[in-house]
Design a protein around this ligand. Sequence first.
Ligand code: URP
Ligand code: ZN
Ligand code: ZN
Length: 462
Amino acid sequence: MSLLIQNGTIVTASDQYDADILCVEEKIVAIGHDLDADAEVIDASGKFVFPGFIDPHTHIYLPFMGTFAKDTYETATKAALIGGTTCLIDFCIPDPGEMPSSALATWNEKSRNNAACDYTYHMAVTDFNEEISGELRTIVEEEGVASFKVFLAYKGALDLGDEKLYHLMKLARELGVIVTAHCENADLVLELQKQLVAEGKTGPEWHYHSRPPRVEAEGTGHILTFAEILGTHVYIVHLSCEEALAEAMRAKARGVNVWVETLIQYLTLDRTYAELPDFEGAKYVMSPPLRDKSNQDVLWNGLKQRFVSTLATDHAPFDFLDQKQRLGEDQFPMIPNGIPSLEDRVNLLWTHGVAEGRIDMHTFVDCASTQAAKIFGLFPKKGSIQIGSDADLVVYDPEFSGKISAATQSINVDYSAFEGWEIKGRPHIVMVRGEVAACDGEFVGTVGRGRFLKRMPTHSQP
Ligand code: URP
Ligand code: ZN
Ligand code: ZN
């Protein structure tokens, strides 16, 4: 199977030029002018050709807060492809008391033969002892899951605690594995939640007050102290505010190896959404919470200056009526956390970032694709347009205009946090390893073709 993309403008994290791209079987085999081949031709006149986008933070299979995230690998990866995401990194999270190998088997069972785009996992570590340490070593070295995840938040459910965090981060450093981290102080959150509920402050608008910016800044500074002492590389997931970014930048200036991720939700939504009446605010409950609008400029600038490396979704899809409302009606700490956005990330970033002049196209590609590939050991197979790379490509139509709506989305939830929002630009053609998988908002690929990507540790130090 050969595909020839003609007359497009190729844009990568570093370059922009007009050229054709020839893809044979799964790879890019030639880039040049007036290429000729016995191949199916895609006309990209007037369009940009980007490397396939990578979402480094999704929750597709997720038992969480007494319920399960609504997507399956089939629904989520179809939606991802429609939105231009050709590769994603999900979180494999052991239940309390469960061994990592058992959780990995569950995630493999959920994803195998069900994904339409390529994927890998971060291995969450929710407990630590010698036996778990041994399993983690095997998972890194033999299964190719080369990044860990720790939660400083979610007291009594997912949080690891400092002593175990210390030993886990030591192991990560030894294995050359990066530690991704949810940075909110679990004890502070729990105590604030209890106090607010006791005062009768039970609605979704109080979620913010249980996790103020200082709580996130404390968590960020906390793990970076461990990173500084142990030399472990750390990736801060879903950073939402100026205070936490300042902690990360201060640590970076001290020489700590830290990378920062923010989310499309924090760039486009603010805390007033979680204050909407009639429990509507629950649609906008996620952790860390949506912040004051002033943080948006800080995060956009962080992306522009490249202090913020990646732009993800933390896609955690829970229905409004049967999950967020039913479970959280009595008190906000029971509202399943998450604002789904896997399908819309790239188009929202284009619309509010590139089209509105906040970031250039190279930053757009870098933060939504290339950096994730580099940080997580997928580059240059993914995140790049070069000979030998996987033919994961997005032919992007900058002239498209349309609206986001739950009625037309492919993710499996009963609402959209961006209902009625206009988008300018969307993927025309989306290819995964040389096969067209989405075209003008429709999935046309193959469920089950998505491949698990084994990764090598890339964060070894002398
Ligand atoms: O609100 C969020 N972020 N939900 C998903 C779980 C997590 O913390 O990443
Ligand atoms: Zn988190
Ligand atoms: Zn998450």
